[in-house]
Design a protein around this ligand. Structure first.
Ligand SMILES: [Fe+2]
Ligand SMILES: [Fe+2]
Length: 269
């Protein structure tokens, strides 16, 4: 078995979405089998590219140039599924990127278990959404997508704690806030496959946020610092803009994110 950092690099360097997620599933299964067999596979080190390989399509546009469509129409629902598929593909790369980019930091094996498992989930999420798009006669790549999605990765490329704060604890937590509304859109349209895909995503994303808060707290404990204060400082430094309520307080609590972590970030300093 290859060192985990090399596996991560392979996924990051695969451009096609279905091929990237197939490789991600394969490596996650290898990792899990080794761990269940009682092995601690080698982590290794890697030098990941600043930008992961991506397919030629979708065309990536600045957020203000991506056309907004009303979710009440068929085209609007396709656009919404396409946008979420794009987020999921970015999430696959983000999770393998954190493994590769910060492989020089010494962490318990459980950290890698969590991130490999999250990458495996995101790969499934991307494929579920691609299936829904294809069922509606579209596909991933048929519409333009946001170019800014990788910004958080670039901004925190040299700050492991910043990455944990911004990606799982802000961006993925935001997913918990907005997914119930999306599920409603597809329920109203009686699109069962999209409803079930989004319900799977909603259930599994709680654990991704939980991995973030768990390892963020672990690192703060290692450095004997106050997690809440460190979180506020890092989000203000690396996240552009304020956090937007309403928050899904219940699911955020399930994921170990207490209100005093996020409410103060809704205000200007
Ligand atoms: Fe996901
Ligand atoms: Fe996620």
């Amino acid at each position: 078995m290859k060192p985990l950092a090399d596996m991560a690099l392979d996924v990051l360097q695969t451009a096609d979405g279905r091929a990237k997620t197939a490789l991600s599933h394969k490596y996650a299964a290898e990792w899990r089998a080794a761990r269940e067999g009682g092995d601690l596979p080698e982590i290794g080190t890697a030098n990941p590219p600043m930008h992961p390989a991506r397919p030629d399509k979708p065309e990536l546009l600045s957020p203000r140039d991506v056309p907004h469509r009303k979710p009440g129409s068929e085209l609007g629902r396709i656009a919404l599924l396409h946008a979420v598929a794009h987020i999921e593909l970015n999430a696959v790369d983000l999770h393998w990127d954190i493994i590769a980019r910060f492989s020089h930091i010494s962490l318990p094996a459980g950290f890698y278990d969590d991130w490999v498992s999250a990458a495996d989930d995101e790969s499934k999420h991307f494929n579920l959404l691609c299936d829904c798009l294809e069922e509606l006669g579209s596909h991933y790549g048929a519409l333009p997508a946001h170019a800014g999605m990788w910004r958080a990765a670039e901004d925190t490329a040299e700050d492991f704690m910043g990455r944990l704060a911004v990606v799982p604890m802000v961006l993925e937590a935001r997913g918990l806030d907005v997914t119930p509304g999306m599920i409603k859109v597809f329920k109203n349209a009686k699109l069962d496959s999209a409803v079930s895909a989004l319900e799977t995503i909603y259930a599994e994303e709680v654990s991704h946020v939980a991995y973030g808060s768990k390892w963020f707290n672990f690192m703060c404990g290692r450095e004997n610092s106050d997690p809440k204060e460190v979180f506020h400082a890092l989000v203000r430094r690396y996240f552009h803009g304020k956090l937007k309520p309403p928050f899904n307080e219940e699911k955020r609590a399930d994921a170990g994110l207490p209100p005093d972590f996020y409410w103060p970030l809704t205000e200007d300093l």
